[in-house]
Design a binder for this molecule. Structure first.
Ligand SMILES: *Cc1c(COP(=O)(O)O)cnc(C)c1O
Length: 529
């Protein structure tokens, strides 16, 4: 299995290269050469598999044995998921008839990004160690062993999940920039209370966009980039998508087990499955799309957005269009609405390009698969150029129809989010529905689920992407009218005293790339002695 770029560059890459490089040189995202087929007996052979055994089966389809021997792969997986607080890693809970919540927040930072980043951290460490070993066997100078410096900007969730994934990893330093005072207190404390030597938090005086711009500047600074071997962990890394495919399969088996139906039985084929996913950068739901392509019987994937709705507008019109606000400072800044679900506040979705590639490729008729792949690359390249120059790309009607075979979408306002949190906390009929506290991101997905017209044999699985205590303000504001609701009751013990813990963070008084470069070099100097 090799990987290639969505923008048509003819180079093929190994899995390891795709992971370590992250983004193709032509600006495209890596996708697997083919979608691997499932073994014909998967419904019975995988039936009793734990989360980690399923991960092993699925990863094995995408990672050649000669890149990561199976024995090592098993160890990497077990190590990655040993940090989770529940033995089934992603429990599935029935809330009411036909509606289930898939809890993805039992990792170290209480949000779904842990599922990918716990694995990615171990994977980086493993691949680097292997490279260093191979080079020392080649007789190269091992005193110059490869290290990487992971650099990223965060508005909250990604940064903390990355730090917990990379803390204390050999030959890896991690620098995470956040806008000072603009991330939630819990998120800030989660990041800055990690005191491992290789973890560096930089609190920048500025906005998230300023942090993002600094990161981009440093990545495009060839000299600095080469010297420190900068690496990224953002949501376009293929390994993150791969790790997320697992819980779609896991929840499928959990659902059938709770219905007491064998997935391989004729009865099972009457059941329709719909996944509702709170969506920002399109990584989480893209993993569901891969699961479906592999053969998991998913009827529909529902893209749930907040008022940052570029994706919802795409599925309604075939136009993928940024909203540009030219009024303010005249710089044509893209407007992001601040919502109650901040991890989904985006202007464009970085993983969407991968879906666009499949839409382009599959709308081409009468060509060999090689020709189709290369034509698709040039179509995507043109679309991305349109997006850059005209702020908009438009797909053909037939391509939108292809997308609508797999996806539906809904846009949820903050008012609807709060109303949904209330409705699920205090259901009208406690005989048919249990009381459940939704975090605001999960509530967006659940609200989208409730908007779908479904038949009695359709089961909806809503992905719960964060623990409600992580976004306490929105939850408390929604539930303040219920005198019986006590926030303390949902507060995990890990959060108690978090704000008072010892912290380490470097303050950057101006959003200036040169200043950040100096700090990175002096911090690295202190770390690597
Ligand atoms: C990142 C995140 C999302 C959005 O996931 P994408 O893969 O970017 O679509 C949703 N909810 C929470 C809590 C997140 O941290």
């Amino acid at each position: 299995m090799k990987y290639f770029s969505t923008r048509g560059s003819p180079n093929l890459h190994t899995f390891s290269e795709a992971v370590l490089i992250g983004l193709s040189k032509d600006g495209g995202l890596f996708i697997p050469q083919t979608t691997p087929a499932l073994p014909s007996d998967w419904k019975t052979a995988w039936l009793k598999h734990s989360f980690t055994s399923l991960a092993f089966e699925i990863f094995s389809l995408y990672i050649p044995d000669n890149e990561i021997p199976r024995k090592d792969l098993g160890k990497l997986i077990n190590k990655s998921y040993s940090t989770f607080r529940t033995s089934d890693i992603t429990p599935l809970k029935k809330i009411k008839e036909n509606l289930y919540i898939l809890e993805l927040f039992h990792g170290p930072t209480f949000a779904f990004k842990d599922i990918a980043l716990q694995f990615l951290g171990n994977l980086f460490e493993y691949l680097l160690e292997k490279k260093n070993l191979e080079e020392s066997l080649d007789g190269k100078n091992i005193t110059k062993k490869e290290r990487i410096t992971i650099l990223g900007a965060t508005s909250g969730d990604t940064g903390s999940a990355a730090i917990y994934g990379l803390r204390n990893k050999k030959d890896i330093s991690v620098f995470i920039l956040h806008p000072r005072g603009k991330v939630s207190p819990v998120q800030e404390a989660q990041m800055t209370s990690i005191l491992d030597k290789n973890v560096h938090n930089l609190a920048v005086e500025g906005t998230f966009d300023d942090c993002q711009d600094i990161v981009k500047t440093l990545f495009s600074d060839d000299q600095f980039n080469k010297k420190h071997r900068l690496g990224a962990i953002n949501s376009i890394n293929w390994a993150r998508i791969l790790a997320q495919i697992v819980y779609y399969f896991h929840s499928y088996f959990q659902l059938f087990s709770s219905l007491n139906i064998l997935p391989s039985s004729p009865e099972a084929s009457n059941i329709c499955l719909q996944y509702c996913v709170p969506t920002g950068n399109f990584g989480d739901i893209l993993a569901g799309y891969y699961a479906k392509r592999m053969g998991l019987p998913i009827e529909t994937l529902v893209v749930a957005t907040n008022s940052n709705d570029i994706l919802d507008r795409f599925f309604k019109t075939g136009r993928y269009e940024k909203i540009v606000n030219d009024e303010g400072d005249g710089r044509g800044k893209h407007t992001v609405h601040e919502t109650l679900s901040p991890a989904m506040d985006i202007t464009v979705s970085s993983n969407f390009e991968r879906l666009l590639w499949y839409l382009a490729c599959e709308s081409i008729d009468n060509k060999s698969s090689e020709e189709r792949m290369s034509i698709a690359g040039s179509i995507v390249k043109r679309w991305m150029e349109d997006l850059k120059s005209k702020q908009c790309l438009i797909v053909e009607k037939s391509q939108l129809e292809l997308a609508l075979r797999d996806f539906k979408s809904a846009r949820i306002s903050d008012e609807e989010t709060k109303e949904t949190i209330r409705r699920y906390y205090a259901p009208q009929d406690l005989k048919t529905q249990i009381s459940y506290v939704l975090d605001p991101h999960t509530a967006v997905g659940v609200a989208a689920a409730d908007k779908q017209k479904i038949s009695s044999n359709t089961y909806q699985i809503c992905l719960a992407t964060a623990h409600p205590a992580k976004f306490s303000t929105a939850v408390e504001e929604s539930l303040k009218s219920f005198s019986g609701f006590k926030f303390q009751e949902i507060l995990p013990t890990e959060f108690v005293g978090l704000l008072e813990k010892e912290k380490r963070c470097v303050y950057i008084e101006k959003a200036d790339p040169e200043m950040v470069k100096k700090v990175i070099e002096s911090e690295l100097g202190r770390e690597i002695i």
